[in-house]
Ligand binder design. Structure first.
Ligand code: ADP
Ligand code: MG
Length: 349
């Protein structure tokens, strides 16, 4: 078999209007998890609905286990696809209890990989099994709907923002358990999320959808460290782009920071003016340094602080500092940056 799942040059439409164009990506192995990220309204749900067969495609191809499911001429009906879609909004049947809802999807009992009582336990659903959907919280309904999708024993599981209504404290716990279940049972899954940390944690690969295109499809590490466009950088919002000039094959210069050395991910001509990606972990704090900037914002993240510094040319630089750093700095304090500055992978546009 080639790829377990594949989309080739597909264009996704809703009500005749084109949402995402010319999408191609594949899932090589059964049990791989793909996370799709993108702003609201970009067409993520449309892609999942099309993969499930609820929307037709008019261009390109969708293949699962070497069989064409959708193309310009072929459209396998949703019920014949062995694909489970867990909808973004609560789709539980209101007149059935939670347990009945979960068991509704139970099929393919013989080759069943799923142990539903284990799933119910993992998803913390035991206490609400006999309640009706209107008697449970949005997060509980979302978890019940996730259990129902898993219970259908699909070849491909599609989860549309499955944890968006789950409380933060429970969310991280469920992310860990969900990943364990999917990996243990080798359930191939495409998850739509707007949370990049969730995508980086769950996804073997992440796809970033922007401006009607799948802009980047890559390992989470690469999406973060080697974003392939300014748009991806801005969407992930984990760093800033500052002006710089390339001064050698291993260095560049910025008016505020001076010389920065490192390894260019993509070579640039010497003398070229570029935008350099600066991420919070690229600069290091040093009180003794004479390179100092004003603190304009401080975000306490528990394990770390992210300081925002304002430079003389009005650039805002994020700096990661370990949260055990002994003395704290206040807004308007001068904050030193360690020299020389070395950035392991230099990403420029
Ligand atoms: P996302 O899931 O990324 O937020 P959707 O796939 O739900 O985006 O929607 C993409 C775009 O298509 C949105 O602008 C939305 O308003 C529009 N859309 C979604 N469903 C329909 C529909 N049934 N009819 C017309 N427009 C729709
Ligand atoms: Mg959506």
């Amino acid at each position: 078999m080639n790829n377990f799942f594949e989309i080739k040059n597909a264009t996704f439409k809703v009500s005749g209007s084109e949402k995402v164009k010319d999408v191609s990506f594949s899932i090589k192995n059964e049990g791989d998890i793909i996370c799709l990220l993108g702003p609201s309204g970009i067409g993520k749900t449309t892609i999942l609905r099309s993969i499930a067969g609820l929307e037709k495609i008019y261009q390109g191809e969708i293949n699962l286990k070497d069989k064409i499911l959708s193309s310009a001429n072929i459209h396998v009906e949703p019920e014949d696809r062995k694909i489970a879609l867990s909808f973004q909004e609560n789709s539980l049947f209101p007149h059935y209890t939670i347990v009945k809802n979960i068991n509704l999807s139970s099929r393919n009992q013989n080759d069943k990989k799923i142990n539903i009582s284990e799933i119910i336990k993992i998803l913390n659903l035991e206490s609400i099994l006999n309640k009706y959907p209107h008697q449970v919280s949005a997060g509980e309904a979302q978890r019940a709907s996730l259990a129902r999708s898993l219970n259908s024993n699909p070849d491909l599981l599609l989860l549309d923002e499955p944890l968006s209504n789950v409380d933060q404290s429970l969310k991280e716990e469920i992310q860990v358990k969900l990943k364990q279940i999917l990996k243990k049972l080798k359930i191939t899954t495409i998850i739509v999320t707007h949370d990049s940390y969730e995508a980086f944690y769950l996804g073997d690969k992440c796809g970033i959808i922007l401006d009607k295109e799948l802009k980047q499809f890559d390992d989470p590490y690469n999406v973060y460290h080697f974003p392939n466009s300014e748009k991806v950088v801005k969407f992930l919002n984990r760093g800033v782009l500052i002006p710089a000039k390339v001064t050698s094959p291993k260095s560049l210069e910025n008016d505020d920071l001076g010389v920065i050395t490192g390894n260019f991910v993509k070579p640039f001509a010497i003398g070229k003016k570029v935008k350099l990606l600066l991420q919070p972990e690229d600069l290091h704090h040093d009180d003794k340094s004479n390179l100092k900037f004003d603190v304009v914002d401080i975000k306490f993240r528990g394990t770390s602080f992210i300081y925002t510094l304002k430079t003389d040319t009005n650039n805002l630089l994020p700096v990661f500092v370990h949260s055990h750093h002994l003395h704290q700095h206040e807004i308007n304090d001068k904050f030193g940056i360690k020299k020389p500055i070395h950035i392991e992978h230099i990403v420029c546009f």
